[in-house]
Design a protein around this ligand. Structure first.
Ligand code: IPM
Ligand code: MN
Length: 366
């Protein structure tokens, strides 16, 4: 039997807690579907700096490129806020994305009627929302050179640069995804101001000719930000560059009700990287309060996109939906009158539902 090699990078803050639950759920899926996972932990972010003086230590680099898939928690630690850039936890994450060449970041955002009360938006804006954000992940402002402080620190520069090839490959991922969904692509740019966006728009328009069954629409990012909350159900696949995608995906999380629910898959030509979109939330770390669903749903994406195991992936997603349906609520998604559960109980509940979907977990029988 094939043994899948999964590099687990728990990272910082709540990262270790939520990845711990994602690993439990993966093991449950392994038991149910007869799959073998070799899960090995490696340091990244502030944990990498602490262990090896490097936010992406050489040992981690060597492991991730050999793995079948990489599961990541979160990076970021306030103690390194003023550290030089190469020592910052976020630099480790960017180096990891660059090393794996994961240019297409998939961030699905769907609403769940059971959690509509968590969102500040009116219920009529939430019905039927099912969006896939495709964010370019290894180009643009995050990586452009030259960059840095100038004039003794009194000026600073970052560079926004895209090549046609970089736009084309991520556009193909978004167009192919649209084909499996409602066949609509909203490409987001700022082509009224930026040359990179003009190139983006021209390239997406050209590539979309190969997908005549997909309806393409372009929108400026300011208008798209508004559309996300006023016409969310009308958006199917939203394609955009790195920085716009970072901003719009946090905005879209408001639709789902909590940042803690949302997963992501970052895909390139080698092993994929799977991580929740939330950060390390240092204030919540070590308290058993973080919502592990973003990490667990990322494990589902790892099964589907990283290992090509669609059925176990669906089973994990169904278990998450069932747990929410049955009333499992961490602090971020609880009403004052709800029984609140911790990170571990939520993970255990979902793992149990993966093992035996028909069973109502014991933790609920009161
Ligand atoms: C994300 C995060 C990262 C990003 C940070 C931690 C570098 O906000 O994955 O959305 O900006 O890409
Ligand atoms: Mn972000």
């Amino acid at each position: 039997m094939k043994e899948y090699q999964i590099a687990v990078l728990p990272g910082d803050g709540i990262g270790p807690e939520v990845t711990g639950e994602a690993v439990r759920v993966l093991q449950a899926a392994g038991e149910r579907f007869g799959l073998q996972f070799a899960l090995q932990d490696y340091a990244v972010g502030a944990a990498g700096v602490a262990a090896a003086g490097d936010p992406l230590p050489p040992e981690t680099r060597a492991a991730v490129v050999k793995a079948d898939a990489v599961l990541l928690g979160a990076v970021g630690d306030p103690s390194l806020d003023h550290a030089p850039r190469r020592m910052r936890p976020e630099s480790g994450l960017l180096a990891l994305r660059g090393l794996l060449g994961v240019y297409a970041n998939l961030r699905p955002v769907a609403t769940n009627p059971a959690l509509a009360f968590c969102s500040p938006l009116k219920p009529e804006h939430l019905a039927g929302v099912d969006i896939l954000i495709v964010r370019e992940l290894v180009g643009g402002l995050y990586y452009g050179e030259p960059r840095g402080r100038e004039d003794g620190g009194r000026a600073a520069v970052n560079t926004l640069r895209y090549t046609e090839a970089e736009v084309e490959r991520v556009a193909r991922v978004a167009l192919a995804a649209a084909r499996t969904r409602r066949r609509r692509l909203l490409s987001v740019d700022k082509a009224n101001v930026l040359e990179t966006s003009q190139l983006w728009r021209e390239t997406v328009t050209r590539v979309a000719q190969d997908y005549p069954d997909v309806t393409l629409e372009h929108a400026y990012v300011d208008y798209a930000a508004m559309r996300l909350v006023t016409d969310s159900a009308g958006i199917d696949v939203l394609l955009t560059e790195n920085m716009f995608g970072d901003i719009l995906s946090d905005e879209a999380a408001v639709l789902a009700g909590s940042l803690g629910l949302l997963p992501s898959a970052s895909l390139g030509d080698g092993p994929g990287l799977f991580e929740p979109i939330h950060g390390s939330a240092p204030a919540l770390a070590g308290k058993d309060v973080a919502n592990p669903i973003g990490a667990i749903a990322s494990a589902a994406l790892l099964l589907r996109h990283g290992l090509g195991l669609a059925e176990p992936a669906g089973a994990v997603e169904q278990a998450i939906a069932a747990a929410l349906e049955q009333g499992a609520r961490t602090r971020d998604i609880a009403r004052p009158s709800d029984r609140m559960i911790g990170t571990r109980e939520m993970g255990g509940w979902i793992a149990e539902l993966v093992r035996s979907p028909a069973k109502r977990p014991l933790s609920l029988v009161r």
